[in-house]
Design a protein around this ligand. Structure first.
Ligand SMILES: C[S@@+](CC[C@H](N)C(=O)[O-])C[C@H]1O[C@@H](n2cnc3c(N)ncnc32)[C@H](O)[C@@H]1O
Length: 355
């Protein structure tokens, strides 16, 4: 199920398993940046309760769909629906649009029409769970059938790219999802997945957290996943709201005045994106301190901004220490930050914040 939608920012289920062993929660786990639900899905498979929040409606939809419980009759309904899906095909009334550019530029006319048709069919399905599974299959197949590639923080138009027919890409994915459910249907406590802002969400009581925040890399998820967001919501401007409420890890036009944590250093006053990032993360760490019994693990990468190497893990550690956590980095690896024209080695770490 972890493969149902490719999300570049997702981490491996193995890292979640590793930290669940370390923290040994008796009841519940929390992920304030749940993305496509890796933490809640692993927790569910181990019989643990979990809560995951995310600011992206796409991430929330994908997590919910992956983490839901499916009965045999849901799976049978999905198979029947898929068989009859393209019979008696009617013109869809839905016209897909997106705030930043027209999706028509990114797909052939035939693929554009097929995508609109499948989107509308998902909405009309009697069994809502089957509808959600097919919508996930459709969203997941978009990158394969469009003339674009996701290149860092942007969608790059590439007319020479060979695009798969949307109908075939969708059917292949839908069949894979059904087959995964037939062979690996995970039963367990259904996680709570909510659309919420990690800076203000301070509800519940959990044994520990396992999470990975957006990296300080100027990547705006609302743009990179804008096509999926607008198709999911059937709303041209779905990405706008998300952009305004996201953790400030990328440069926006309307920077608000921010009180910068002292641990962020001098540079954070000169380059607002750095100050904003650590100010937001300070609020998240404060909430995690209040809502977890044992603390947790945070996977994060260091950054290079305008040639300056920012040790994000160490700065977050110092902020965490001031809040009351005991902090260490038991695991890390080297990765390459592609800050064109240079490629610089930075660290990606699993930082542990214990109480
Ligand atoms: C590195 S990804 C997490 C990926 C996740 N670990 C997984 O395996 O799918 C960071 C996530 O933080 C979310 N995010 C950004 N700002 C947020 C905010 N203010 N509150 C909650 N989530 C936010 C993004 O939408 C993104 O899904």
């Amino acid at each position: 199920m972890h493969r149902w939608l490719y999300y570049k920012e997702a981490y491996s289920p193995r890292i979640v398993e590793h930290f669940l062993k370390l923290f040994n929660p008796k009841e519940s786990v929390f992920d304030p940046f749940a993305g496509i639900g890796t933490t809640p899905l692993v927790a569910k498979s181990l019989g643990l309760n979990s809560t995951g929040i995310d600011i992206s409606p796409l991430a929330v939809f994908v997590s919910r769909t992956k983490c839901a419980n499916y009965t045999n009759s849901d799976i049978t309904d999905a198979k029947t629906e898929l068989k009859k899906m393209f019979k008696d095909r009617k013109e869809p009334s839905f016209k897909w649009d997106f705030e930043l550019f027209s999706p028509r530029r990114f797909f052939s006319k035939r693929n554009y029409n097929d995508i609109c048709f499948i989107r509308e069919r998902c909405e009309q399905m009697e069994n809502e769970k089957a509808g959600a599974l097919f919508l996930l299959a459709l969203l997941s197949s978009l990158p394969q059938c469009g003339f674009f590639i996701k290149d860092g923080g942007v969608l790059r138009l590439e007319k020479s790219k060979s695009a798969m027919p949307a109908k075939d890409a969708f059917k292949k994915k839908a069949k894979q999802i059904i087959s995964d459910l037939e062979t690996h249907n995970i039963s367990g406590p259904e996680p709570q997945i909510k659309l919420a802002d990690a800076r203000t969400f301070c509800e519940g009581n959990y044994d520990c957290f396992i999470t990975s925040p957006p990296y300080l890399n100027n990547i705006d998820y609302s743009k990179v996943y804008g096509l999926e967001l607008s198709l999911l919501a059937m709303d041209k401007n779905a990405s706008l709201k998300m952009r305004r409420e996201s953790l400030r890890s990328f440069i926006t036009k309307d920077a608000a005045k921010t009180e910068v944590p002292e641990e962020a250093g001098e540079l954070a006053h000169k380059l607002p994106i750095i100050g904003e990032y650590f100010a937001d993360m300070e609020r998240v760490l404060e909430n995690l301190y209040k809502t977890t019994e044992k603390g947790g693990a945070l996977i994060v990468g260091n950054a290079v901004i305008q040639g300056n190497h920012i040790e994000v893990d160490e700065i977050l550690g110092k902020i965490g220490k001031r809040i009351g956590f005991v902090y260490e980095i038991p695991l890390w690896m080297e990765r390459i930050a592609d800050v064109k024209p240079a490629k610089i080695k930075v660290r990606e770490s699993a930082a542990v914040f214990k109480k």
